[in-house]
Write a protein that binds this ligand. Structure first.
Ligand code: UT7
Length: 332
C-alpha cells in the first residue's frame, strides 16, 4: 500500500570535528576555573575549537560530504539544504548558500534556520514537511557551529561550556509505511529570550565603540535559569512524543539529547523514566556544540552500532529562544 504523502527517512549521517582538542586544563589557563569544577558541574572534559580559516560553512560542508557518502546520494541529487546555526559565517548570505557552493550543488533551495541548540530538530521538522509535499526528494539538514568565535573570555560562567563542530543528515523520501521520521514537536517561549542571547551586532545594537566595550558581541547566559527550564521542556518534549504514539519509556531504544550538561541529561532520565543506559552521551569530548550536538551524536551512535533497523530513536533538544523540541524516528 502506498501512503498519500511520501514518508521521509534518514538515509545518511555525517559529522566533522576540528582537530584542535582543548582540555579543561587549557581552559583553566585562560579563566579562573578548574578541570574539577567543569567536570563535576557539566560532565565536559574537553572540546574542539576550529582552526584559523575554519567556519560554520567549511565544517558544515565537510559533515555534509560524509552524510551524502553514507546515504549514497550524490550532490547532484540534493534539492534542499537547511542549515541550523547560531554562529553563521556572516549575517547574510546564509551559511546554506556558502555550503551549497562548497559542495558544488547548483541552484537548489537553501536557507538558514535560527533556533539555536534546538535548530537541528527544527530543521528536521521543516525539511521533512517540505519533502512530504512532494516538492523535494533529498535534503541536507546540517547543524554547524563555531561558537568559539562568540565566547567571552572574561565570563567563566559561559566560556567553559561550548565547542565547535558540525553534523549532518541526508533525508530522502520513502514509500515504506511507518518508518523514518515518524513525528516532530517544537515550541518556543520568546518571553525568555534574554536568558540566552547574543545582544550585539543586529539592528537592536549595531556594532559601535560602546557595544564593543560593553562586550555585547559575545554570548550571554543565565545558566541557572536556563538549566531549570531546560529540564522541564526537554521532559515535556520527550513525554509528548511517547504519548502521541502510545509508547512506554522502555520502548525507546536510543535517546539522543542535546549535549549541554550531564546533570540535565541525568535529570531527563529521572523525569522521563527512560533508562539511563538508553541515553547517548558524548558531551565529555565535545562540550556543547549547540545545533551541531545532536547530529554529531547521531552519527557517532551509528558508527558505534548503537542503532539497529526497527529501533525507536528519540531526539530531544532545548536552546535559546527559549526553544525546545523532539523528533521520533523508527530506524529504517
Ligand atoms: O544549550 C543551551 C545552553 N545552556 C546550558 O547548557 C546552560 C544550562 N546551565 C548549566 O549548565 C549550569 O547552570 C552551569 C554549568 C552553567 C552552571 O552550573 P551551576 O551548578 O548552575 O552553577 P552556578 O551558576 O550556580 O554557580 C555555582 C558557583 C558560583 O559561585 P558561588 O556564587 O557559589 O560562590 C559561580 O560563581 O560556581 C561559580 N562558577 C565557576 N567556578 C569555577 C561559575 N562558573 C565557574 C567556572 N569555574 N567556570
Amino acid at each position: 500500500m502506498t501512503r498519500s504523502a511520501p514518508g521521509v527517512f534518514i538515509a545518511g549521517t555525517g559529522s566533522y570535528a576540528p582537530s584542535r582538542v582543548v582540555s579543561n586544563d587549557e581552559i583553566s589557563t585562560y579563566v579562573e576555573t578548574s578541570d574539577e569544577w567543569i567536570r563535576s558541574r557539566t560532565g565536559i572534559r574537553e572540546r574542539r575549537f576550529a582552526e584559523e580559516g575554519e567556519t560554520a560553512s567549511t565544517m558544515g560542508a565537510k559533515a555534509a560530504e560524509v552524510a551524502m557518502e553514507s546515504a549514497n546520494v550524490p550532490a547532484s541529487e540534493i534539492d534542499l539544504i537547511i542549515v541550523a546555526t547560531l554562529s553563521p559565517d556572516m549575517f547574510f548570505p546564509s551559511t546554506a548558500s556558502l555550503i551549497q557552493t562548497q559542495l558544488g550543488i547548483n541552484k537548489v533551495t537553501s536557507f538558514d534556520l535560527s533556533a539555536a541548540c534546538s535548530g537541528f530538530i527544527y530543521g528536521i521538522e521543516v525539511a521533512s514537511n517540505m519533502m512530504r509535499s512532494g516538492a523535494f526528494r533529498n535534503a541536507l539538514v546540517i547543524g554547524s557551529e563555531k561558537i568559539s568565535s562568540i565566547l567571552d573570555w572574561e565570563d567563566r560562567t559561559t566560556c567553559v561550556l561550548f565547542g565547535d563542530g558540525a553534523g549532518a543528515v541526508v533525508l530522502s523520501n520513502t514509500d515504506t509505511e511507518n518508518t523514518g521520521i515518524i513525528d516532530s514537536y517544537t515550541g518556543n517561549d520568546g518571553s525568555k529570550a534574554q536568558l540566552l542571547c547574543l545582544p550585539g551586532g543586529g539592528s537592536a545594537i549595531p556594532p559601535s565603540h560602546d557595544s564593543l566595550e560593553q562586550r555585547q558581541h559575545f554570548l550571554k547566559m543565565n545558566g541557572r535559569e536556563v538549566f531549570k527550564i531546560a529540564v522541564r521542556w526537554m521532559e515535556q518534549s520527550a513525554r509528548i512524543m511517547l504519548e502521541r504514539h502510545g509508547l512506554k519509556p522502555e520502548d525507546i531504544n536510543l535517546i539522543i539529547p542535546h549535549q549541554a550538561n550531564l546533570r540535565i541529561i541525568d535529570a531527563l532520565a529521572r523525569t522521563t523514566k527512560i533508562p539511563k543506559d538508553k541515553f547517548f552521551v558524548n558531551l565529555d569530548r565535545y562540550g556543547n556544540t549547540s545545533a551541531a550536538s545532536i547530529p554529531i551524536a547521531l552519527h557517532e551512535a551509528r558508527q558505534k552500532g548503537c542503532i539497529q533497523s526497527g529501533d525507536y530513536v528519540l531526539l530531544v533538544a532545548f536552546g535559546a529562544g527559549l526553544t525546545w523540541g523532539s523528533t521520533l524516528i523508527k530506524w529504517h
